[in-house]
Design a protein around this ligand. Structure first.
Ligand code: 13P
Ligand code: SF4
Length: 347
């Protein structure tokens, strides 16, 4: 039986001596974050997925919140939402498997209409994306005529199509200021909006969307951790409530938080964000102690190795966007990417 055919059927995936040897270098890197007893479960999938990627000319893009066996085992590229959007425009692969939530896969499809974009679980949603619809934006535009709309990428294609320019948590202030106007409608994350409003003179009209993961952190929790641990560097995502951000040493996107680890020479770090981030980052920082009271994103956690395997075997679940919607959404995404390249955007 060929190597490919044995990679296709989950019942034939086994932790053979060959699989153990082929995946040993991967396990060596992540042994501190994945118990040895779990590796025989993950390794056959990792080996089969990496084989199928070559067969299908596929690339696996993984968000920073994916579990370590995905992040370190099968991802070709990883990053925050902004980096994933950029990577999607740059890949030569025929197939993109987006290991993240649905809006991230939609973004990849919008930017890359000719590619096959797969998501291992179509139900991987996001509380921010489901907090607003295209109809909501049309009503806001009627209420505030002429005021440009800046939308966080954690939204559906339909919402992006109603948007002037998208942003991520990594570039939100820059995008708002690139418009050169006094007032902007900023959607849908109220807390990210509050954070941006503190850093710009532009007036922001906000929506009441929240991330169900980050809104659960409290300032009290951080204060008590600081009392418990000396020399603690607190890194927080701007989707957290304002009083939580006020307690942090650094606020930034998931990629910004990763870059900031240990900046102040601190050997103890807490990431106020989704659980898997600390596991993924700890691999590169064996000298840093990660304190890990964290919250889990149930949508990100829908993505698993067996589902990625099935996605590649059956080329499922393809993410499709109505071409007319995608064309309009692409304009707002491309304007955001232009801001990153230093070009000003029209209001
Ligand atoms: P980043 O763009 O910072 O990776 O955030 C995406 C996200 O969903 C955070 O909850
Ligand atoms: Fe959405 Fe929050 Fe999950 Fe990020 S962590 S995908 S914002 S629900």
């Amino acid at each position: 039986m060929s190597h490919l055919s044995s990679a296709l059927n989950p019942s034939e995936l086994a932790y053979s001596p060959e699989v153990a040897a082929a995946t040993a270098p991967i396990y060596e890197r992540i042994r501190d974050v994945i118990p040895a007893i779990e590796w025989p479960v993950h390794a056959p999938y990792i080996e089969a997925i990496n084989h199928l990627k070559r067969e299908r000319n596929a690339v696996v893009l993984a968000h920073n919140y994916q579990t370590p066996e995905i992040f370190h085992g099968v991802a070709d590229l990883s990053g925050d939402s902004l980096a994933l959007a950029r990577m999607a425009t740059e890949t030569d692969a025929d197939v993109i498997v987006l290991c993240g939530v649905h809006f991230m896969a939609e973004t990849a499809k919008i930017l890359n209409p000719s590619k096959t974009v797969l998501i291992p679980d179509l139900e991987a949603g996001c509380s921010l994306a489901s907090s607003i619809t295209g109809a909501d934006i049309r009503l806001l535009k009627e209420k505030y005529p002429g005021v440009p709309v800046v939308t966080y990428v954690n939204t559906s294609a339909e919402v992006k199509a109603e948007t002037d320019v998208c942003c991520t948590s990594a570039n939100a202030v820059q995008v708002v200021e690139s418009l050169g106007v006094d007032r902007v409608i900023f959607l849908p994350d109220e807390y990210l909006g509050n954070y941006v409003a503190q850093r710009t003179d532009v007036e922001l009209i906000l929506w009441h969307g929240h991330c169900e993961v980050h809104e659960r952190f409290t300032a009290q929790e951080i204060r008590s951790l600081r009392r418990r641990y000396d020399d603690l560097q607190v890194l927080a995502h701007p989707e957290c409530p304002p009083d939580v951000l006020a307690e942090a040493d650094f606020v930034g996107s998931t990629a910004g938080m990763i870059d900031a680890v240990g900046d102040a020479g601190s050997k103890r770090v807490i990431m106020i964000t989704e659980c898997s981030m600390s596991d993924n980052v700890a691999v590169a920082h064996p000298d840093v102690e990660f304190i890990r009271p964290c919250n889990l994103c149930p949508h990100m956690k829908r993505i698993t190795l067996p589902k990625i395997h099935q996605a590649l075997v059956h080329l499922q679940h393809e993410v499709l966007v109505d071409p007319a919607v995608a064309e309009r959404a692409r304009v707002s995404m491309e304007r955001m990417l232009e801001v990153g390249r230093g070009q000003k955007v029209m209001a």
